[in-house]
Design a protein around this ligand. Structure first.
Ligand SMILES: *[C@@H]1O[C@H](CO)[C@@H](O)[C@H](O)[C@H]1NC(C)=O
Ligand SMILES: *[C@@H]1O[C@H](CO)[C@@H](O)[C@H](O)[C@H]1NC(C)=O
Ligand SMILES: *[C@@H]1O[C@H](CO)[C@@H](O)[C@H](O)[C@H]1NC(C)=O
Ligand SMILES: *[C@@H]1O[C@H](CO)[C@@H](O)[C@H](O)[C@H]1NC(C)=O
Ligand SMILES: *[C@@H]1O[C@H](CO)[C@@H](O)[C@H](O)[C@H]1NC(C)=O
Ligand SMILES: *[C@@H]1O[C@H](CO)[C@@H](O)[C@H](O)[C@H]1NC(C)=O
Ligand SMILES: *[C@@H]1O[C@H](CO)[C@@H](O)[C@H](O)[C@H]1NC(C)=O
Ligand SMILES: *[C@@H]1O[C@H](CO)[C@@H](O)[C@H](O)[C@H]1NC(C)=O
Length: 721
């Protein structure tokens, strides 16, 4: 999950840089910039004198509509161009066979002029698609480079559809950097005799690895040639001074830019200095970035001031700290000054007389404050906690924070610090003096029940030490209302992530869903059996499962949990919990036991599988409660009808595992508690499902992302842009 996230983030960032860095000052003055939809940046150019030299000249042929851009020789059409990347249209070698075994076969030659600055990037992979094919690629222009690849398969059902080129029906191999021309030839061992019904043709071509996804059986058809020609592109490298000069002789890099040697290709390129953007090859091309106008890329929570190539960001007057960080600025500690000696002598006298009066005044005020604090301490359950702690055999340690510490940490409970409203109070983000980030939970009011719950929560949580349970750091009794301090869990709740709420990721993959479920189950199993005294959570729901910075599950909100000794099988309590998750047996009988948590967990599993909310009054009556709807569909064998559709499209999804998880959820949702599995066996089953089977290699998150975004025609192949 995290990987996916970073990946998407990096993709976004790099795209931004790309656009930002490329097209500001575009072409040389008085030269055309546009050809169709493309903008041609200097050192490239269209027409005499518009490019750095002849070899950088491009030709815009406007007999086409829209006009097409070509490299000067070789009839090579450019697909996309910026000052850092060029990609060209593909030329696919193919051979197709009919019943009589005769072939219709064409090899592919793509070649740049010997003096041109272009070469094929080694990001491209030589790719062969076919079930009875071998193909090879040869370097032209005197290069003796040659390599090859084989695509073999005997049964179409063996061809994976996960986008990976694994040798079955698809084969990929890296190519050397610096090739200026290639000749691709394809052949067949058996003229496709045994595979013709599903694979009449073989194809061989270069493709940017990250932008080509093998579409499985679909790509084995004759028609996929058209798609490959138009949607799979080749990335091209270029340098200045190719084979002749290096940065020590460079004159092309203009003000505020620097030169980078490409030792492998023998040449160099220019880039704008840090803090500048634009076209480094043009006079005044690199322009200062005004960081202060773009606070999403260059955050500043104070006074921002731009300077050439840099910017400064300082805290507002009266504050100090790191203004580039949110909450980085803190009020300056007040320092009183006595500037002049004379005054100080006078003042000493005055102060001596005042000292007595103020001393008395402050001691009264201080005593009042102490009284108030003591009152709150009592009122908030501090005394109760002390009693309870004393009565427990085990010695727990609970850190007790002072009022000042927490007010400082939360910027005096400022509204900007609110990160959530959960359980029975408001949660603030706090920053401790040692920079540690904490979650500070302040209850709304203190009635007797809240006091009880508050103490309860402290007692429960201090006993629980488990990687998937939110850690309680301490508490404070001196405020008007009780306050708890937890470790800060930054990534919102599972509910956010499943239901695409603001603050959640756009997509949680199946692998991650299973993992989070297994982690949450492990926490509950631990609560039920491992803790020194068994604990029933009583409010299991996706919005009580938080995700940390590595997207690990962390259970929170033990506000209504009750410690519960093994001796009593069932405990009669007032029914509490959240609608949509509530165990119907418990609701009917008021009898609370571990199996009530199992039921609620079943609802969370159902949420993960269907992507539906547990209770939605807008839904038709039969589907209003997810739990009932889920059980009904499972009873009718209609799992696929309700599964989150995007899960089914996900690369590498194992339907057997999906089904097993759904069966497990179904058992958790049994009406009668005794028929539900224990949390421990739920945990074990989920863990078993997480183990990859050998036939389904784990698909890296980036592929999941591609799959998800891919379009309609041939969703498995991404254009090389
Ligand atoms: C433009 O393309 C047409 C059709 O391929 C060709 O006949 C013509 O010579 C090209 N023009 C230029 C300037 O290359
Ligand atoms: C097979 O292809 C060859 C060459 O393209 C052609 O001459 C022949 O008629 C084709 N045979 C059939 C049955 O289509
Ligand atoms: C292909 O594999 C499937 C399942 O593995 C099998 O049912 C089928 O008979 C195989 N076909 C051939 C032609 O071997
Ligand atoms: C490309 O390779 C094929 C087969 O190896 C060969 O017949 C053909 O002459 C080559 N073409 C060029 C231009 O080298
Ligand atoms: C750059 O070229 C000069 C002269 O051709 C050569 O002496 C120098 O070593 C080269 N520098 C690098 C870093 O290749
Ligand atoms: C900069 O941040 C402030 C709030 O911090 C926001 O109101 C403003 O729209 C932002 N400006 C830009 C250019 O993003
Ligand atoms: C930018 O300014 C900061 C301090 O304001 C300084 O530490 C940094 O070195 C400067 N960067 C450049 C590239 O001048
Ligand atoms: C061409 O490249 C630019 C810069 O990366 C990108 O923004 C644009 O979407 C690309 N165009 C196409 C048609 O892929």
């Amino acid at each position: 999950m995290l990987l996916l996230f970073i990946h998407v983030l990096l993709a976004l960032l790099s795209e931004n840089n790309f656009v930002g860095a490329s097209l500001r000052g575009i072409a040389k003055p008085n030269c055309p910039t546009d050809c169709g939809n493309l903008k041609v940046p200097y050192p490239f150019g269209m027409g005499k004198g518009c490019a750095l030299d002849e070899s950088f000249e491009l030709i815009c042929n406007s007999t086409f509509n829209p006009p097409k851009l070509f490299i000067r020789s070789g009839n090579i059409q450019i697909y996309n161009i910026s000052d850092s990347e060029i990609s060209i249209f593909n030329s696919v070698a193919y051979s197709c066979y009919n019943e009589s075994g005769s072939s219709d076969s064409v090899n592919s030659i793509t070649s740049f002029e010997e003096t041109s600055p272009f070469t094929f990037s080694s990001i491209n992979k030589f790719t062969v698609i076919g079930c009875d094919n071998y193909a090879w690629i040869r370097g032209l222009h005197g290069s003796d480079y040659m390599t090859g690849c084989m695509g073999i398969c005997t049964n179409v059902s063996n061809v994976l559809k996960n986008g990976k080129c694994s040798g079955v029906g698809c084969c990929q191999t890296p190519i050397q950097k610096g090739l200026k021309g290639v000749n691709i030839t394809i052949g067949s061992f058996d003229n496709h005799m045994n595979v013709r019904p599903f694979n009449p043709c073989g194809f061989a071509f270069l493709a940017e690895e990250n932008h080509f996804r093998f579409g499985g059986a679909r790509d084995l058809s004759r028609a996929s040639k058209l798609y490959l020609d138009s949607h799979v592109h080749i990335l091209v490298d270029w340098v200045i001074g190719r084979g002749k000069r290096n940065c020590s002789q460079a004159t092309e890099c203009k003000a505020n830019s620097f030169c980078t040697d490409d030792e492998e290709l023998g040449g160099y390129r220019c880039s704008c200095n840090k803090g500048y953007q634009g076209n480094p090859y043009l006079l005044n091309g690199c322009q200062d970035i005004n960081e202060c106008e773009d606070n999403s890329t260059y955050p500043c929570y104070g006074r921002c001031s731009n300077s050439p190539g840099n910017y400064s960001c300082t805290c507002l007057q009266g504050y100090e700290g790191e203004a580039k960080e949110k909450y980085g600025c803190r009020p300056v500690a007040k320092k009183s000054k006595f500037p002049v000696v004379v005054f100080s002598i006078v003042l000493v006298g005055v102060m001596l007389t005042l000292a007595g009066i103020t001393g008395i005044f402050f001691s009264i005020k201080k005593r009042k404050l102490m009284k108030l604090r003591e009152k709150y301490f009592e009122q908030n359950g501090g005394v109760l906690l002390k009693q309870k702690l004393n009565s427990q055999e085990a010695a727990y340690t609970v850190t007790v924070y002072s009022m000042e510490q927490l007010r400082k940490a939360t910027d005096n409970y400022s509204n900007e610090r609110i990160v959530g409203r959960g359980g029975f109070g408001i949660v603030y983000k706090g920053i401790m003096p040692d920079k540690r980030v904490v979650a500070v939970k302040k209850s709304l009011s203190v009635g007797e029940t809240e006091k009880e719950q508050f103490i309860n929560e402290i007692l429960v949580i201090t006993q629980i030490i488990h990687g998937n349970v939110v850690k309680l750091l301490g508490c404070c009794f001196e405020e008007e209302v009780p306050v708890l301090v937890y470790e800060f869990i930054p990534n919102n709740t599972l509910f956010h992530h499943i239901h695409n709420e603001e603050g959640g990721t756009s997509w949680l993959s199946w692998e991650n869903r299973l993992r989070v479920a297994a982690e949450a189950a492990s926490a509950l199993a631990y609560l039920h059996s491992h803790a020194t005294t068994p604990v029933i959570h009583r409010d299991v729901k996706s919005s009580n499962i938080l995700l940390d910075d590595e997207f690990r599950a962390k259970f929170s909100d033990f506000g209504i949990s009750k410690l519960f000794s093994k001796k009593e099988e069932n405990v009669n309590t007032v029914v509490q919990g959240t609608l949509g998750y509530l165990d119907p047996e418990y609701q009917d009988t008021d009898n609370l036991n571990e199996k009530s948590d199992v039921y609620s967990f079943g609802v969370v599993l159902a949420e993960l599988i269907t992507g539906k909310k547990p209770l939605l009054v807008e839904r038709v009556y039969q589907e209003r409660y997810l739990s009932k709807y889920f059980v009904k569909c499972m009873g009718e064998g209609n799992l696929l009808q309700m599964v989150e559709p995007r899960l089914l499209n996900e690369a590498g999804i194992d339907l057997q595992h999906l089904n097993a998880a759904a069966q497990l959820a179904n058992r958790c949702l049994e009406i009668s508690g005794v028929n539900r599995p224990t949390m421990r066996s739920v945990e074990l089953e989920l863990e078993a499902l997480r183990r990859p089977t050998t036939t389904h290699p784990i698909v890296p998150p980036e592929q999941v992302a591609h799959e998800e975004i891919s379009g309609s025609v041939n969703p498995e192949i991404q254009p090389a842009d």
